[in-house]
Design a protein around this ligand. Sequence first.
Ligand SMILES: [Mn+2]
Length: 301
Amino acid sequence: MELKNNKYFSHIKEGLISKSTGFIGSTEDYSSASLVILGVPLDCTVSFRPGTRFGPQEIRLQSEGLETYSPYLDRDLNDYAYCDAGNIILPQGQLKECFRRIQVIINNLLEGGKFPFFLGGEHLITLPAVEVVARLYPDLAVLQFDAHADLRDVYLGDKFSHATVMRRITEIIGGKNLFQFGIRSGTKEEFIFAQKETNFFPFEVKEPLKKVNSFLRGRPVYITLDIDVCDPAYAPGVGTPEPGGCTPQELIQALHLMGAQQVVGMDLVEINPLSDPTARTAALGAKLVREAILSFGRPCL
Ligand SMILES: [Mn+2]
């Protein structure tokens, strides 16, 4: 109460002070929001360039350069009630405790009927996220947009890694419920496994997505978008750059295509501000978040 009467608060109210560093257009009112943005800055198992722990903050910062209006969709973020809940505080290096915290918080979001939108962090965050989401939606399909198959059984002696994450997810939902797009890197074993066990669409994004779109209709879908699916020309700020990827336009169109589906959650992972000196990767990430909110979120009545 005291805070509301002090000068600082009135400056915020008058628009002289910007208190929030949340995603553009987001509200602090959790209860009225149907979609919640949550930063999950896990940066533990990285094998090449670390720094994804700074991804969520940089995406928020770059979102300030965007318009709230999407000319593609003729929709405006101002008509959508979504909350930026901040970042989960993670004790990096204590993977088990990180997973526990991530799952407790995601569970709360889902119990509250919120659409969860996670900003990574490394790709391993998708494992605890899908574990919780799949409990609520046993028929869950997971769509992965990624340069890498992430299907190793073990990596550097570890079962839990950004390089094994989708293999672990096949053990939860079954390989036939995993759809992989844009993959152009992996071991021979991973490619053999993918061709046998998952719905595997290497190299391409938009065309195969069009094909599976009608097949997925009516099913709950979780999207995991590893920004390195995009070519390093557009998204150089990643842990493991892999040339030969898709364009930003293709990804935007892929999100719009998914707007016809029952998408129940999403993550955007692997943006690494430490290798993104012009911030173009985070700027692309911010734009994808905007298009995703406008595709999957619910407008205010
Ligand atoms: Mn990945």
